[in-house]
Design a protein around this ligand. Structure first.
Ligand code: CDP
Length: 237
């Protein structure tokens, strides 16, 4: 499948252009914090339940909270029905999301507690781990849990021999490789970096830069969503 036509992609984007990202906070009444995110055709809901005593008890840590993130794809989120329940892929993504988020939350402030973060993929179109992580970070901030930074994420990959940011489904399926990245946008630290497929060192450097710049654009959307929720609280809405 041809993915590039005169330098433009199947959906008309340039190589360094990310899909539209929209985020809304405070969408779930009973969650401590929540966010709904649309990123191109991805639709993601993230909710936080905290801080409570960690269960099961043997997982408690008297020195800090334990943050668990659960990534789940709805059966209707993909073309072929997704069998409900955890599988190897969702367990892997839950683990890397938990690790990335644990590195930014001030867990020491809540000894013995458990912070549960749910990431529900309602519609998937490639890049769901980046979308899920981005939504989860906003949901944690919306909950007022102290963090040393946000987490912002974006991927870049190789399609028809060119490096492009934020691959969508057909590009992910028929492309050559994909590099998801997540950063702490103010501290400029990397908290997630994976690679699927092969790239030369030069290609990787280019992909890293495109993904990094993409994540910084996502950060602006996260910030705007959090600021507008603060405005509506102050405005008494
Ligand atoms: O979503 P992400 O790019 O982070 O992870 P992936 O494992 O590279 O999956 C890429 C895409 O494949 C997903 O976003 C879905 O659109 C699709 N997929 C699917 O159709 N069925 C699955 N069981 C898993 C993924």
């Amino acid at each position: 499948m041809k993915l590039l036509e005169n330098g433009k992609r199947l959906d008309g984007r340039a190589l360094d252009e990310i899909r539209d990202v929209k985020i809304e906070t405070g969408v779930l009444k009973r969650a401590a914090g929540s966010a709904y995110l649309e990123w191109g055709n991805n639709k993601v809901l993230a909710g936080v339940y905290y801080p409570r005593e960690m269960h099961p008890k043997f997982m408690r840590d008297p020195t800090k909270a334990v943050l668990r993130c659960t990534y789940n794809m709805a059966p209707f989120s993909v073309d072929d029905r997704k069998r409900p329940g955890p599988d190897r892929r969702s367990q892997e993504i839950s683990k890397i999301l938990s690790e990335a988020l644990s590195s930014v939350v001030l867990l020491e402030d809540y000894p013995d507690a458990g912070i549960d973060v749910s990431v529900e993929i309602l519609q998937a179109d490639a890049g769901t781990r980046c979308a899920g992580l981005t939504a989860a970070a906003v949901a944690i901030a919306d909950a007022g849990i102290p963090m040393r930074d946000l987490v912002s994420s974006c991927a870049a990959g190789k399609i028809d021999g060119e490096i492009a940011v934020d691959l969508m489904k057909d590009e992910d399926n028929y492309g050559d490789s994909d590099v998801p990245l997540a950063i702490l946008p103010r501290k400029k630290e990397v908290v997630l970096l994976q690679m699927d497929g092969k790239m030369t060192k030069e290609e990787f450097k280019k992909a890293y830069k495109l993904a990094f710049d993409g994540a910084m654009k996502v950060y602006e959307v996260q910030k705007a969503a959090l600021l507008s929720s603060m405005d509506s609280v102050e405005g008494g809405e």
